[in-house]
Design a protein. Structure first.
Length: 142
C-alpha cells in the first residue's frame, strides 16, 4: 500500500510541475507572479527528483533480493521495462536540470525534456498499474 501512496504523491507533483510550467511557458505575454511560479517549479522539480530517486533505490534493492533468492533469475518483461523507464526518466530529469542550471544555450531544450519526463513518468505508472492489476487478478502478464 505504501507504493500506492508514493505513486499518488508523484502524480500530484508531476501535475504541479506541468501546471506551473504551462502557466509560465504555455502562452505569450506577461503573467502575474511568473517569477514566483518559476521558483515553485524549480523547488518542485528538486522535490520530484528526490521523490523519484527513493522508489528507484527501493526497487533496485528488491531486484537484488529477488535475484539472490531464486535459483535461476529469469528476464521478466514488465519488471525490466518498469525499471528501465524509471531510470530513463531520472537521467532525463538530471539532464534537464543541468541544461537549465549550467548550459544556458540549451535552455530551450529543457521544455522538450520536461515533456519527455512527463510522458516517461506516465508510461512508467501505466506499466506499473497494469502489472499490479495482473497480479491482483491472479493472471501473469504475457
Amino acid at each position: 500500500m505504501t507504493k500506492t501512496y508514493v505513486t499518488l504523491g508523484l502524480v500530484v507533483l508531476a501535475l504541479f510541475e506541468f501546471i506551473t510550467a504551462m502557466y509560465v511557458f504555455g502562452k505569450k505575454g506577461d503573467k502575474p507572479h511568473s517569477r514566483l511560479i518559476l521558483t515553485l517549479h524549480r523547488v518542485g522539480g528538486y522535490v520530484f527528483l528526490v521523490y523519484w530517486l527513493w522508489p528507484m533505490i527501493v526497487g533496485a534493492n528488491l531486484l537484488a533480493r529477488l535475484s539472490r533468492y531464486t535459483d535461476g533469475w529469469q528476464f521478466h518483461g514488465p519488471r525490466f521495462y518498469h525499471a528501465f523507464l524509471g531510470v530513463t526518466v531520472f537521467i532525463v530529469l538530471l539532464l534537464k536540470i543541468s541544461f537549465v542550471r549550467f548550459y544556458p544555450n540549451f535552455k530551450n531544450s529543457a521544455r522538450l525534456l520536461g515533456i519527455l519526463i512527463s510522458t516517461g513518468a506516465v508510461i512508467t505508472w501505466l506499466i506499473a498499474g497494469w502489472f499490479w492489476l495482473c497480479m491482483m487478478g491472479g493472471r501473469t502478464p504475457s
